[in-house]
Design a protein around this ligand. Sequence first.
Ligand code: GAR
Length: 218
Amino acid sequence: MNLKFAIALSGRGSNMLALHDVIAAMPDKASCVCVIADKDCLGLQKAKELGLDAHHVSYKELGKDAAEAQIIACLQEHQIDFLLLAGFMRILSPTFVDAFPQKIINIHPSLLPKYKGVGTHRRALDAGDTHHGATVHFVTAELDDGPILSQAAIPIQPDDTEDTLAARLLPAEHWLYQTVVNALITGDLAEENGTYQWKTAPHCELSDVIVTDCPIDR
Ligand code: GAR
């Protein structure tokens, strides 16, 4: 079976590149059938440079309803198995989410359920948290709220700023998202009785990163 992935993004595209690496490494098992950007961003350019079928769907020109309709049509045409949100900064409507149940996956830069929405690094620092992290989860109609597939946590250093924390988290994000997608491709993370289960728990080789397949309590 060849799993078909689509990727949606809005920014520099570093998670898209990490996802592309893992998908392209198993061409007989998976492919990235399209990349969608809601604006003309660096990530869109990078996807084109990789030779991916990359589209700009302008929310600004089309408005949300028409833009979503175009994306849904594209995903249905490609018969995607999963849509991977990689820094896609639009909230999907319930109509969109309902069209792809258990098929839309997101990475969010916080240890959900903490810090849904934006400004997650600042909020973790302001709260005096000892750890910060990222979550890969299924998307539901509620913002940053669907079932969690895996999380990675890193310690917050006393001298951390928003920028240093974001920069130290990014490699863990890439690793985490790659691990989840790799597991979907290999079958290590598979649906059983309606929910996705890990066959073997994910573990991380990066120093100072804690990874788990259930929510981290911090
Ligand atoms: C990443 O940090 C990702 O977790 C975040 O946007 C960044 C995209 O960076 N996503 C969200 O905040 C979604 N709510 P990238 O374009 O380099 O992958």
